[in-house]
Ligand binder design. Structure first.
Ligand SMILES: C[S@@+](CC[C@H](N)C(=O)[O-])C[C@H]1O[C@@H](n2cnc3c(N)ncnc32)[C@H](O)[C@@H]1O
Ligand code: SF4
Ligand code: SF4
Length: 443
């Protein structure tokens, strides 16, 4: 890779010193050059440090880049993780219908203590980015804000997901002044009625007011970061509101970076009545409305039709391991939400960072055996429940859902959407029966 002319300013100490591999140095120099350019001339980076800009660029260059060169470099060198996800707590005080937390029957609630957290973080001296969300409501961890402050002191870029039911002016200001680069509000409906049926225990009006507070505080502080994004999990309960959702977001009249649509990650027995495969044409309809309204739409990889998925050897998301609040390390976050934490601990996991040093785990047999399998396009034992990539054996929806597999196939074939002449969703049919007849709204 060619450096871009300002690599004379390259700060080797910032990126952990000279690397033993020529390719690694070249990639790092490219990232440093791009970070320097943004730091010097991009107004969005005003108030951010050069290290923060470098960390931001690092994550966005490496994580899930899809670039074959980066893919090959990752598989060859298996660099020590510079991006991770940590689950602050598994406590939650509401019951969303599509979330495994609602259906756990024997999982013990665990809140990561601050000393445990620091013990983990210190094992990643070159950490650039962290996802600080797990299966739970992070605000129920009493050290959550302190955990964020710890990252801010190290200029580590933070990504967060939150319902916004617990946000207030003070918390908004704290987040906006932190090193967070992206905050998602998890909001899966265009109407109060549908929202409160899905997010049982949350309140639409309060969440709407908190969303506006966040936008107002960002504007008062004149900050571009963290960018503000909306996350919609598609289920049978809300599939008819996907297009209308964009109109609702537009009407909020706030700054939104994008709206992301995801399928439920995994089907399992308790949620089969709401799990829906993404029907052909839905993505195009949502994207078209997004283009008309000037709202960017992100279609999550898990909502990609099976036939359009990339083969498993293209996977690089293992470079960002996911750490449970009890220390269990799993290959990536997409193995969550399968309502089988026992399977995740016993089969998917390749170690526990509260029991063993992470470097030993990363250099151990379990992790390297997994990467060898993926590199050769084979299903790694850890990844049998993968839903992001195409496994050689075809789709497998996980042990927890074996009973429901036949039903899932049925939805695959028979969930259908009819559109009106403007491309809006008109009718959603399952098994030939009308599930939703969409109420008309003004374009
Ligand atoms: C598990 S939640 C934890 C953070 C917070 N409690 C929230 O709801 O935003 C993280 C993200 O997972 C999403 N989610 C919930 N159930 C899901 C499912 N079955 N499949 C995929 N994502 C899901 C949520 O909507 C949220 O955006
Ligand atoms: S989606 Fe978030 S808020 Fe809802 S039950 Fe799961 S963890 Fe709790
Ligand atoms: S589960 Fe899938 S996406 Fe995750 S690391 Fe394994 S192959 Fe990659």
């Amino acid at each position: 890779m060619a450096a871009n002319g300002i690599n004379v300013l390259t700060d080797y100490t910032m990126r952990g010193g000279e690397h033993p591999h020529i390719e690694t140095n070249e990639i790092e120099e490219e990232i440093t050059g791009a970070a320097m350019q943004d730091f010097l001339s991009n107004p969005h980076f005003k108030g951010k440090s050069l290290r923060w800009a470098y960390n931001f660029k690092h994550f966005h260059t490496i994580y899930s880049s899809g670039h074959p060169m980066i893919r090959d470099w990752l598989y060859k060198h298996r660099p020590y993780p510079q991006h991770i996800e940590i689950e602050p707590t598994t406590a939650c005080d509401i019951k969303c219908t599509m979330c495994e937390h609602t259906w756990w029957d024997h999982e013990k609630i665990k809140t990561l203590r601050y000393d445990e957290y620091v013990g983990i973080m210190e094992q990643f001296p070159q950490l650039q980015q962290i996802g600080l969300t797990g299966i739970g409501t992070s605000y129920l961890n009493p050290w959550y804000m302190k955990m964020i402050d710890y990252c801010t002191e190290r200029d580590i870029g933070i990504e967060l997901f939150d319902t916004f039911k617990d946000l207030n002016e003070e918390r908004a200001e704290h987040l906006i002044k932190s090193s967070a680069y992206k905050v998602y509000v998890s909001l899966d409906a265009a109407t109060k009625d549908t929202y409160e049926k899905i997010r049982v225990g949350s309140n639409w009006d309060k969440v709407m007011s908190n969303i506006k507070t966040f936008d107002r505080v960002k504007k008062r502080l004149k900050q571009h970061f963290p960018i503000f994004c909306f996350h919609f999990i598609i289920t049978k309960y809300n599939i008819h509101e996907c297009v209308k959702y964009l109109d609702m977001v537009k009407d909020l009249n706030i700054d939104v970076a994008f709206c992301q649509f995801s399928r439920m990650l995994h089907p399992y027995a308790e949620t089969l009545d709401q799990f829906v495969h993404i029907p052909e044409g839905l993505e195009a309809a949502v994207r078209q409305r997004g283009a008309e309204l000037g709202i960017q739409v992100v279609w999550n990889g898990n909502a990609t039709l099976e036939k359009d998925k990339a083969p498993v050897e293209a996977c690089t998301v293992w470079e960002q391991p996911f750490i449970f609040s009890d220390g269990t390390v799993i290959p990536c976050c997409s193995l969550n939400e399968e309502n089988d934490r026992d399977h995740q601990r016993n089969v998917a996991s390749y170690g526990n960072v509260l029991e063993k040093n992470f470097r030993e785990i990363w250099q151990g047999w379990d992790f390297n055996n997994m990467i060898d399998h993926l590199d050769q396009g084979k299903t790694a034992p850890n990844c049998v429940n993968c839903i992001l990539y195409r496994l050689p054996e075809g789709p497998y929806y996980g042990e927890a859902s074996e009973d429901g597999a036949a039903n899932i196939e049925k939805y695959d074939a028979e969930c259908d959407i009819e559109y009106d002449d403007k491309g809006n969703i008109d009718t959603v049919l399952v098994d030939g029966e009308v599930l939703h007849q969409v109420e008309k709204f003004e374009a």
